[in-house]
Design a binder for this molecule. Sequence first.
Ligand SMILES: Cc1cc2nc3c(=O)[nH]c(=O)nc-3n(C[C@H](O)[C@H](O)[C@H](O)COP(=O)(O)OP(=O)(O)OC[C@H]3O[C@@H](n4cnc5c(N)ncnc54)[C@H](O)[C@@H]3O)c2cc1C
Ligand SMILES: NC(=O)c1ccc[n+]([C@@H]2O[C@H](COP(=O)([O-])OP(=O)(O)OC[C@H]3O[C@@H](n4cnc5c(N)ncnc54)[C@H](O)[C@@H]3O)[C@@H](O)[C@H]2O)c1
Length: 448
Amino acid sequence: MAQYDYDVTFIGSGHAAWHAAMTLRQGDMKVAIIEKDTIAGTCTNFGCNPKILLEGPFEVLEELGHYKGILDQDVNVHWPSLMEYKKKVINPMSDGLKQMFEHAGIDIHMGHGILQDAHTLEVEGQTFTSDKFVVATGQHSNALDIKGSEYTHTSRDFMDMEEMPKRITFIGGGIITFEFASIAVKTGAEVHIVSHSDEVLGGFHRGHVDKLTGKLEAEGIQFHYNEDTNEIAKDGDSYILKTESGLTLETDYVVDATGRVPNVSGIGLENAGVKFTKKGIQVDEYLRTAQPNIYASGDVLDKAVPKLTPTATFESDYIAAHILGINPEPLKYPAIPMVLYTLPRLSSIGVTVEEAKQDDRYTVKTIPFGERLLFEYKNETEAEMDIIIDDQKRLVGAEIYGNDAADLINVLTFAVNQKVTAQDLSTMIFAFPSPSSGVIDLLKFELL
Ligand SMILES: Cc1cc2nc3c(=O)[nH]c(=O)nc-3n(C[C@H](O)[C@H](O)[C@H](O)COP(=O)(O)OP(=O)(O)OC[C@H]3O[C@@H](n4cnc5c(N)ncnc54)[C@H](O)[C@@H]3O)c2cc1C
Ligand SMILES: NC(=O)c1ccc[n+]([C@@H]2O[C@H](COP(=O)([O-])OP(=O)(O)OC[C@H]3O[C@@H](n4cnc5c(N)ncnc54)[C@H](O)[C@@H]3O)[C@@H](O)[C@H]2O)c1
């Protein structure tokens, strides 16, 4: 190996990279991480972590709403203070992780990495050679190619706003739109969602999506379906959003949330023989690209699995195990949970209700656990879940609507991956009272 500067070099420092980098370093390999922006990538700095922190006080407001007549309701979120709090908690994380990597003996080179060939990378004029590379460059926000696109903002901008605008408009009916709109409307802002189709939140449980959009509408969000945005114009301090059908909306802030695009260009993939499309980098069942000494991991992959932090981490861990020879088997994904962090949340694991309808091995049962678990479930009577059971009475899927849907889906993820039966559940004792033990009790009954 001595012919190369490094055994393994990671392009990108997000979850798709650093878990493997740490494991390989522990395996005594010489490891480098290249990062052009902020160490630790999207989730830590501009995604999951700031998002869930900013949502925290609104979650309290949501719960408060279930105790009308019992708790005083006059509570408001002070956005500028919340933003200060976000900076205090989130900003140091990148440096903390950088120190952890350096302490472990990983070399960090800041700058834009460009592959020169299968073993050479250039970073801001410096050249490094490596036996293996892992391309973990993630994705960036899509920007609609329309007149006035320069007036739109990204999810990253939204999570840096010093003031919440009085009027805010989201283009796109996907995850980011719903998560942010669910927060914005609770500040009293006038919120519009402009969707180019008649379906929002594709892939989520239709009944739960309808229930959620109904609730958000009641809170004040204005939905505009089948509207193709084609122009944004500046008018003094405001912006006018126009659609092909002639809809015009006056607003103070526009978020383009029309998806995310893999970072595959300008990184020299062609020079190194790595195959890719606009959907991402193509890999084999070992996460190796067309150039076998170059792996790819995380959001940048052209794969049908959900592009999430736990997926990126799982892939990163797999690559480390593969390089170290600990796991020579092809990568096999377990069931991957999805959570939409709105208020309330939507979550799912395994076989969906839609899939179950097409397959007579499966039975779907609806459990209105919010109504049934009144004393442990904080008055959230609308909370419910659909479970999918196979012909051997095992839990194979679940979709949940409720404030605790993220934690509950983790319990059910365990149950689905272990193919749990009522008999298995009856061999265990769970803490009581708690939402999860209540749900497990109901589940046990339905699996009988
Ligand atoms: C607003 C938002 C909210 C999200 N919320 C959730 C959530 O709640 N739960 C969840 O599971 N997932 C969430 N995600 C998705 C999650 O953030 C990603 O799946 C995850 O970050 C992917 O990790 P990654 O390492 O593949 O990419 P990233 O974390 O994006 O890391 C890629 C890194 O590569 C760097 N890079 C790119 N090109 C180069 C180059 N040429 N040279 C050097 N460095 C380069 C980039 O600067 C970046 O730091 C969210 C995403 C967004 C945008
Ligand atoms: N809770 C989570 O796990 C979480 C949260 C945020 C982001 N993410 C990750 O980030 C990704 C990106 O989120 P997102 O909300 O940007 O994407 P998305 O794919 O969820 O939604 C994009 C939306 O934009 C619409 N759209 C696409 N092209 C359009 C066009 N030309 N004009 C108008 N609308 C258009 C789509 O129909 C869709 O409704 C997610 O897929 C996920 O991988 C995950």
